[in-house]
Design a protein around this ligand. Sequence first.
Ligand code: WTA
Length: 685
Amino acid sequence: MSDDKPLRQSREQQTADISEAQIAVHWQEEDYFAPPAKFIAQANLTDAGIFERFSLDKFPECYREFADLLEWYKRWDKTLDTGNAPFWRWFVGGKLNACSNCVDRHLAKHKNKAAIHFVPEPEQEAVQHITYQELFVRVNEFAALLRDFCGLKTGDRVTLHMPMVAELPITMLACARLGVIHSQVFSGFSGKACADRAVDSESRVLITMDAYYRAGKLLDHKEKADIAVAEAATDGHRIDKVLVWQRYPGKYSSPTKLVEGRDVIINDLLRKYRGKRVEPVPMPAEAALFLMYTSGTTGKPKGCQHSIGGYLAYVTWTSKYIQDIHPEDVYWCMADIGWITGHSYIVYGPLSLGASSVIYEGVPTHPDAGRSWRIAEDLDVNIFHTSPTAIRALRRAGPDEPAKYNHHFKHMTTVGEPIEPAVWKWYFTEVGKGEAVIVDTWWQTENGGFLCSTVPAIHKMKPGSAGPGIPGIHPVIYDDEGKELPAGSGKAGNICIRNPWPGIFQTIWKDPDRFVAQYYARYCKNPKSKDWRDWPYLAGDGAVQAADGYYRILGRIDDVINVAGHRLGTKEIESAALLVAEVAEAAVVPVADEIKGKVPDLYVSLKPGLNASKELANKISAAVVSAIGAIARPREVVIVPDMPKTRSGKIMRRVLAAISSHQDPGDVSTLANPEVVDKIRELVK
Ligand code: WTA
C-alpha cells in the first residue's frame, strides 16, 4: 500500500456503521447438549490437547499439520511469510496441484469409489455415481479441451456460470489441473451479474450449461450467457468463447440459439479429446486457485482471491476434524457450489480427503417435504450440512417428515446465519433423531473455511452459539475504541481474529487497497509493521462472547444483508434501482423474515413531476432482479414522496428500517423533513 489514506477513510466510515453492535445483548443462555457417545467413539479428533498444540506461541509452525494432509511436489521452505503484511503468504516455496490432490492421489486405493453422487431434481431420473476413476478421466479430457481448444494457460481466469451438476466440479478441477483460476458465479445470479464478474476478472472464456432443473421446471440457462456477453461488451470487454455443457448429453435443452463462432457444445467437442491425459501443473503454494465474488459495502462485488496451498490445506484439515469425514462416510452438503461453502465443503475439502460427496441439483422440498430425507436414506448419507434457512423451510414444509424415513446422521452442520435455538432443537431432535452431533460453523467467503465452531467430539453444543475458535484460530472482540471485551462481559463488539491462518484470502482481485482498508485497517496497531500480531482481521460481524468462551454471532456491522444465508450489499441493490430512469433516490433496509432470516425492502423516490404506480414499482423490482438475480428481489418496493433525511441530506435508513418492521422510528424531530415519516408509514401499512 502506498500511503495510509485507505486506513483513515475506513476508520471514519466504519465508526458510523457499527452502532448496532454496540447495543448490549440480552438473551437467555441455552442449556448444553453433550455430543453422542457413539459419535465420540469414532471421531477423528478427541484429543483436547489439540488446543495446546495450536496455542498462539506455537504459531505459525502449528499449521504444518494442516499442510501435511496434502501431497506436495516440493515441500515449502517457509510456513508463513509476513514481509508484505497483511498480504500473508503461506507455505512459501512449496509446489502442489489442487486437482491431483483431489483426484489422482486417490486412484491407487479408491479408483472404484464414488467421488460424486449427482442427484437430479426430477425424482424419476437415476442418480449418477461418479467414481474417482471416472472423475479422473473426465477432468483430464476437459482439461485437454481447455488447454488445446481454448488456449488457456496457468494464471488465466475463466468465469463459470454453472448450476448444481457434476460438470461443475469437473470444470473447477480441470481448471485447477492447469493452474487456471476459476471464478464460479452462482447460477441464480443474472446474466448482468455474471458479466460484471467476468469483466472484473478479465475472463475471455465463459463456461455454462444449457439448462437445469429448479422447482420442477427445466430453466433456460444459456440465455443468461448471451446477456452476459452483451453486457460485458458494453463495458468494453470481449468474451471470445462460450462453452456450453448439455444437461442431457447429446441433446441441446435450451430454446436459446447458439452463436456461430462463439458458442461451443462441450459434449460434442469432448469426443476429440477422448483418452487424453494432462499432467497436473506443479503450482506454487501461493498461486491463486480461484476467485469468489462477494458483496461488501460498495455497489461493486469484490473478488476474493484464494490460494492453492493454504486454502486446500485449510479446507482439508477442517473437513477431516470439524466435519469428521472418514473415508467410508457419505457426505451431503446442501449448499450451492456457487458460494464459498460449496467450494470448500462440497468440492475441495471432501474430495481432497477422498470422500463421497453428494451434489443435489434442485430444491430440497421438491416435489414434497420428504425429498431431502429420501435422498439421505437412499444414499445412506451420514454427514449432513445445510443452512438455517433450509432448516426453517424444511421444518415449515414438513415438521414430522424426517421421522418417516430411515436415515441416520452421525454429524450435522449449520452455516451461514445465526440459528434460532428452537430451530436448532428441531434439527437436533427431528432431523438428527437425537443421534447426531451438530456444529454451528461461523466463517465467511474471505476466510476459506470455518473460524468458530465446537470441535464435535470435544465440546458440548449450545444452541444458537457457534462455539470457540477452532484449533489455531484466536478470536477477539473489540469495542469501538479498540478495547478488548472479555468473555462474559455481556457486551457486543466487533469480532476479529488475532492471527492469520492458511485459509484466509490473499487479496481482493485488483484492489489491494480496499483489502487492507476493509479488513485490517480498523484495529491495526502499526501500518508499517511486518509483525502479524499488529494486524487483527476484522470480520465485519457483531458478536458477544459468553463466560464459557463460546461466541454468538449477531450479524453484520456493515451495509450487507444476509438473505437466506446469502450476502447481498444494500448498495448493490440501490445501484440497480437507480438504473431505472424514473428513480431519483433509493434506500434498502433489511426486514426480518420467518424463513429467510432477512429480506430487503426497497424505498425509492422519483424524479420531479413523476407519479407512483404499481407498474413502476414492478418495473423497479424487475430491474433489481435483472441486475443481480432473483435472490435480491425486494419484498416491497415503496415509492415515497421524499426520503427521511438529516439536515445534512443523509438518508435515514434507520427510520425506514423501523417503518418496514412496524417499529417505532424513535425521535424524528431532528430530521430535515419529519412530516414525511407519517406519510411513509401510511404507505407501508
Ligand atoms: C454470517 C458463508 C451466524 C456472518 C460461509 C458472516 C453466520 C456471513 C454464520 C458470511 C453462523 C456465517 N452464525 N452468522 N454460523 N456463518 N454467518 O461470506 O454474518 O456467504 O459474516 O460465507 O454470514 O457469509 P458468506
